[in-house]
Design a protein around this ligand. Sequence first.
Ligand code: BDR
Ligand code: CA
Length: 348
Amino acid sequence: MPVFADVDTGVDDAMALVYLLASSDANLVGIASTGGNVDVDQVCRNNLGLLELCGATAIPVSRGADQPLSAAMRTAEDTHGPAGLGYAELPLHQRELTGYDSAEAWVRAAHAMPGELIGLVTGPLTNLALAVRDEPNLPSLLRRLVIMGGSFDYRGNTTPVSEWNISVDPEAAAEVFDAWGRAADAKVIQQHQLPIVCGLNLTENIMLTPTLLSRLAAASGATTTAMSVLDSRGTRSTADNTLIRTLEDAMRFYFEFHFDQGEGFLAHLHDPLAAAVALDPSLVQTRAATVDVELTGTLTRGMTIADWSHRWGRESNAHVGVGVDPAAFFDRFIERVGPFARRLQADR
Ligand code: BDR
Ligand code: CA
């Protein structure tokens, strides 16, 4: 399955990309970088470094817009670390970005395989909104679109009601939902082409713990030291597998952030869930709804609203994720990423 990923890498975006690279049923055809967790140039560096680490150097990486469509840019180094990957350091490389930007990369990828491409967005929707401005037929050109973003009948993580990816660029998110809504109205797309939206109500069920990380290391054949909340902050991984060591160093920062938020010594794997759903939508239960984004509320800007009962009288423009089995997700994640890490190490 050809997949195009638009990311703001970011600890959990990195885990999502590794999952795609580890999945034999996925062909990652391109990566769009968008500013979000860190600024767009750092996201580009992270994407290129991660591909180098994973021996996937042929995958094109594009740079996205500097800024949201109209909001001021914000980043989240407190959540993801100064460079976006927690305590991890990525390898040096000589690779370059594509000569075209992320919006054009979306359009090129969709045109190259009309009706086949699976789009995945795990960052703000700026690039995708710009791509739809350039190519209004994008909704009908994609086979499937999966978005990590929003929060449905559930609290936010950036304001009391808004989720980070939507909150960074609410106007872009509104344009994307509107574009898919218009395509549904015009009957130029089928139900399976409506975006599957994985909001916090879904992704916060996916809690990675030190025990699960130890299971991942074991599945790779690595020897490591189990992480503990009692460890000194910033303790570095001792894993003898390079990919596992990198992921553990990245995840520790994310664990510490979640701990400081009162969530426990764990981390929500928002973006890896969305990546897994991109390859297999049956991992989640969804409900069709009309989704829109609050742009003007004095307290609620960036809130995603699902009109479950069609009170607005508008066609459904999304399948909103409402249920997931975390154990099934983690089994799949570990059975793919563990052996991938083992293979990479053997090739070193
Ligand atoms: C989303 O925000 C980012 O910090 C994460 O990478 C994820 O995409 C969760 O709200
Ligand atoms: Ca992200």
